[in-house]
Design a protein around this ligand. Structure first.
Ligand code: DGI
Ligand code: FE
Ligand code: FE
Ligand code: FE
Length: 187
């Protein structure tokens, strides 16, 4: 399926404000790709699709995971994690995306994981710092993102993990592993 058609279908799945977030992630992912030597078109495609399932009713997300045997372990953790693995499935099965790197960037855009590819880091970070995001500390991470990709992702993971702790929530193990992996890469 071509880029334009995918954009129309994704847009139809979400309210206008979430589409504006998606446009922000596209723009930021393209600019990070140019800076760090990734293919901007692959990053843009992952960005377009990443939140496609975010507004599906949660039962539909859970069913998609169970019925298709996708990353079943996320079912034991926060429901916010589910739309990412469902999004990768939609990308492959409804939009015909075959680039496994793009599919993984969508699949791990919420949790992260150990050993993230450059494309995965870019999409994860773009989701965190796109221009529409507004939370304490985001400007410092935007500035870091212009200096060092891994340091910026680490700061984002620290922020996410701190946020989950403050809310008393459990943390999906891949998120912890993503942070450990980033520290190892920086050593
Ligand atoms: O879909 P978005 O809002 O654009 O962003 P996202 O897909 O990165 O989702 C972030 C939300 O997921 C954020 O509110 C924190 C929540 N979350 C819940 N449990 C976990 C988690 N995020 C991570 N990385 N790891 C978790 O275990
Ligand atoms: Fe998301
Ligand atoms: Fe995120
Ligand atoms: Fe997002």
């Amino acid at each position: 399926m071509d880029r334009q058609r995918i954009m129309e279908l994704v847009r139809a799945e979400m309210p206008e404000r979430r589409w504006r977030h998606t446009e922000g992630v596209m723009e930021t992912a393209i600019s990070l790709s140019r800076r760090y030597g990734e293919d901007p078109q692959r990053a843009e495609l992952a960005a377009i699709i990443h939140d496609v399932a975010k507004f599906w009713p949660i039962e539909r997300q859970g069913n998609a995971i169970r019925d298709n045997g996708l990353n079943l372990d996320v079912l034991d953790y926060d429901k916010e994690l589910w739309h990412a693995v469902v999004g990768a499935w939609v990308a492959e099965h409804d939009f015909g995306v075959t680039d496994v790197g793009v599919l993984d960037a969508i699949r791990y855009h919420t949790s992260g994981r150990r050993g993230m590819s450059k494309l995965e880091k870019i999409v994860w970070l773009a989701d965190y710092i796109e221009p529409g995001r507004d939370f304490p500390g985001v400007d410092a991470i935007r500035a870091l993102s212009e200096e060092h990709l891994e340091k910026a992702v680490l700061a984002g993971l620290d922020g996410t993990i701190g946020f989950l702790i403050a809310k008393g929530k459990r943390i999906y193990p891949l998120t912890i592993e993503a942070r450990n992996g980033m520290l190892e890469e920086l050593n």
